[in-house]
Design a protein around this ligand. Structure first.
Ligand code: URA
Length: 353
């Protein structure tokens, strides 16, 4: 060992020793005077009591109560004790009661902590409770992430969104009761979009129609029903994909959105795409396709091949309303299906490969 490494090792050892001393409630260099030593003793005792209180507080959570409903010795009775549901009381008499007890041995050991318990045991119990809380918080966050932004209530909008679902909720809240363009005058509801905020596949239409305007949901009218069938034929459900439109408010008489309306609304679509980060976007109809691809080519020329928007693969296809208007045209349906098959291939959804 070099001198330098030796010195580094000694410094580390000293650091650990000082930390240990602090954890024990005494200063690193214990002064000789009785008075000071007494103060240090009291400080140590107070520290231990605080730790015990922290443990008790951790154990006072409802699901941590003992199965019998009786507070344990180490447990502080809470100001408003929650009556145990009868189902839980039954469980304690069930033959599985023993197994249930086995599932939480650590918590049980934490309950036995008293002021005289050695410090290392207390620290371990605190650490275990801490880990448990962190795990709970992580699974709650996961659950939130899986929820659609549409399920968030206004007062649930997170201040610092992290997950895609939280970011979508934030974005929806930011859009609010939008009055950025004249479309707000004739609309009933803002149709933001819906589906999985982590979808691999996103569908973008033109703008809400009458049914969508009433329901506040995209593609729920007749063309929406056909779109739902098309999604089903791909082996997916509406919940698995994300569906939205270029403009979020219904244009009067279902006319095409005007340039100013697109200009005001497009940043929200862009942000939705950035949050979701889909692998594929299917633009339905000429309007959505031309807007996203910034092109004025005919849909017939653009469909059936891959394009790109913000680095995401884009497949244009016919609008379901157009397919419905030309119901007898089998060739048209065949082309739309072949577009979707290309998407399935890209997403590895095809079973016949
Ligand atoms: N047509 C669209 O383009 N979008 C809808 O949401 C409904 C019909």
């Amino acid at each position: 060992m070099t001198k330098r490494a030796h010195l580094h090792h000694l410094t580390q050892q000293l650091g650990r020793y000082l930390k240990w001393q602090r954890a024990c409630g005494t200063d690193a260099f214990v002064p000789a005077g009785d008075e000071v030593r007494q103060v240090l003793e009291e400080r140590k005792k107070a520290l231990q009591e605080r730790e015990v209180e922290a443990l008790k507080a951790g154990m006072a959570e409802p699901e941590q109560r003992p199965q019998t409903g009786q507070p344990s010795q180490a447990q502080t009775p809470s100001p408003s004790p929650q009556p145990q549901p009868p189902q839980q009381a039954q469980q304690s008499r069930s033959p599985f009661a023993q197994d249930e007890k086995k599932k939480t041995p650590r918590r049980e050991s934490a309950k036995r902590i008293t002021a005289s318990t050695p410090l290392w045991k207390k620290h371990r119990a605190i650490h275990e409770l801490d880990q448990e809380r962190r795990q709970k918080a992580a699974s709650a966050a996961e659950e939130r992430a899986g929820r659609s932004a549409a399920h968030y209530m206004a007062d649930e909008v997170p201040e610092n969104p992290e997950t895609p679902a939280e970011k979508m909720a934030f974005l929806r809240n930011y859009l609010g009761n939008c009055r950025r363009c004249p479309l707000h005058e004739g609309r009933t509801t803002v149709v933001f979009g819906e589906g999985n905020p982590r979808a691999r596949l996103m569908f973008v239409g033109e703008g809400p129609g009458g049914k969508e305007d009433e329901a506040g949901r995209p593609f729920v009218g007749p063309s929406g029903q056909l779109l739902t069938k098309m999604i089903g034929a791909m082996g997916l459900s509406r919940d698995e994909v994300y569906i939205t439109n270029v403009v979020k408010c219904r244009p009067p008489q279902n006319r095409n959105p005007a340039p100013l309306e697109i200009k005001e609304c497009a940043p929200f679509l862009r942000k939705q795409i950035e949050v979701i980060e889909p692998e594929v976007i299917v633009t339905v109809g000429r309007f959505a396709t031309n807007t996203l691809l910034d092109s004025d080519e005919a849909l017939g020329k653009l469909r059936g091949r891959w394009h790109s928007y913000l680095g995401v693969a884009v497949m244009p296809t016919y609008h379901p309303a157009y397919l419905l208007r030309n119901e007898g045209d089998r060739e048209l349906r065949g082309k739309a299906w072949s577009d979707l098959q290309m998407v399935m291939e890209k997403l590895n959804l095809r079973e016949d490969k």
